[in-house]
Design a protein around this ligand. Structure first.
Ligand code: SF4
Length: 269
């Protein structure tokens, strides 16, 4: 593994797709450093969101599907409204599909309420209105892919399950790879996500990765000056001036208001 400016570089610039999985994963020291930085940051800056105060698999699933294409601020009121109207899989399954889609307004991407409705009907028909916790059964539901299955397992069932949405993929790619095309290394980024996953505090760790991707390591303007991962980030080592974008603007970086949350996309996996 090459080292440059204190950064563990785990992929070579010329290769878009890593070839030998073990050779490309962060070593144990890099994993420990990464986990510690992520969790420390989350304890101080993590957002207090309603779906982080529940372990109900239905509530978690609703929030995850709403968040797939919509910003947190828009999801929050709809999440509350939705759960008061459809408090369980059974209630949602019994509802008329057109009414379900109307209730979803104005979140858009109306395939999502239809999928949620169909998952509810399947959960009632196959599992007495509950969700199973194992990955393969979860993924047998139409509309539950790798990311959503990982999120339900980690956030509802508190299992040691990795996640990878576009925000998380961006953070992992920048910190550990920073070369090649991240869209072509989804499988590898899943391996990285599993490799860095701690044995304890999985819930906080995964939530932290999502917050970091949404608030700090944003797609267009990463805020490296206030990032807890800056000292070990491969992308930062290659773009040292990126931090000036945020550092120049007056207030001390850690007192500045976070940027608007970026909607989560779920493409990886
Ligand atoms: S240092 Fe910059 S590029 Fe690296 S993870 Fe942090 S915000 Fe993202």
């Amino acid at each position: 593994m090459a080292r440059r400016q204190g950064v563990a570089v785990v992929a070579r610039a010329r290769h878009a797709r890593p070839r030998g999985p073990a050779a490309w994963l962060p070593d144990s020291a890099a994993r420990r450093r990464f986990r510690a930085g992520v969790l420390r940051w989350y304890r101080r800056h993590g957002r207090d969101l309603p779906w982080r105060r529940t372990g109900d698999p239905y509530h978690i699933l609703v929030s995850e599907i709403m968040l797939q294409q919509t910003q947190v601020d828009r999801v929050r009121p709809k999440y509350e409204e939705w759960l008061s109207k459809y408090p369980s899989f059974a209630a949602l399954a019994a509802a008329d599909e057109d009414e379900v889609v109307r209730t979803w307004y104005p979140l858009g991407y109306n395939i999502r309420p239809r999928r949620l409705h169909s998952i509810a009907r399947e959960a009632v028909a196959r599992f007495d209105g509950r969700l199973p916790s194992d990955e393969s059964t979860l993924r047998s539901f139409k509309g539950i892919g790798a990311y959503t299955a990982g999120a339900v397992r980690a956030f509802a069932f508190r299992e040691r399950a990795a996640i990878l949405d576009t925000n998380v993929a961006r953070v992992l790619w920048r910190v550990f790879v920073a070369a090649g095309d991240p869209k072509r290394m989804t499988r590898h980024l899943w391996d990285v996500s599993r490799a860095v996953l701690p044995h304890r505090h999985v819930f906080d760790f995964n939530q932290a990765l999502m917050d970091l991707g949404a608030l700090v390591c944003t797609a267009r303007r990463p805020r490296c000056a206030i990032c807890p991962l800056a000292r070990s980030c491969a992308w930062r080592a290659r773009h040292p001036d990126a931090s000036l974008v945020t550092a120049r603007r007056g207030a001390p970086p850690d007192r500045r208001r976070p940027p608007a949350d970026r909607a989560r996309r779920v493409r990886p996996g």
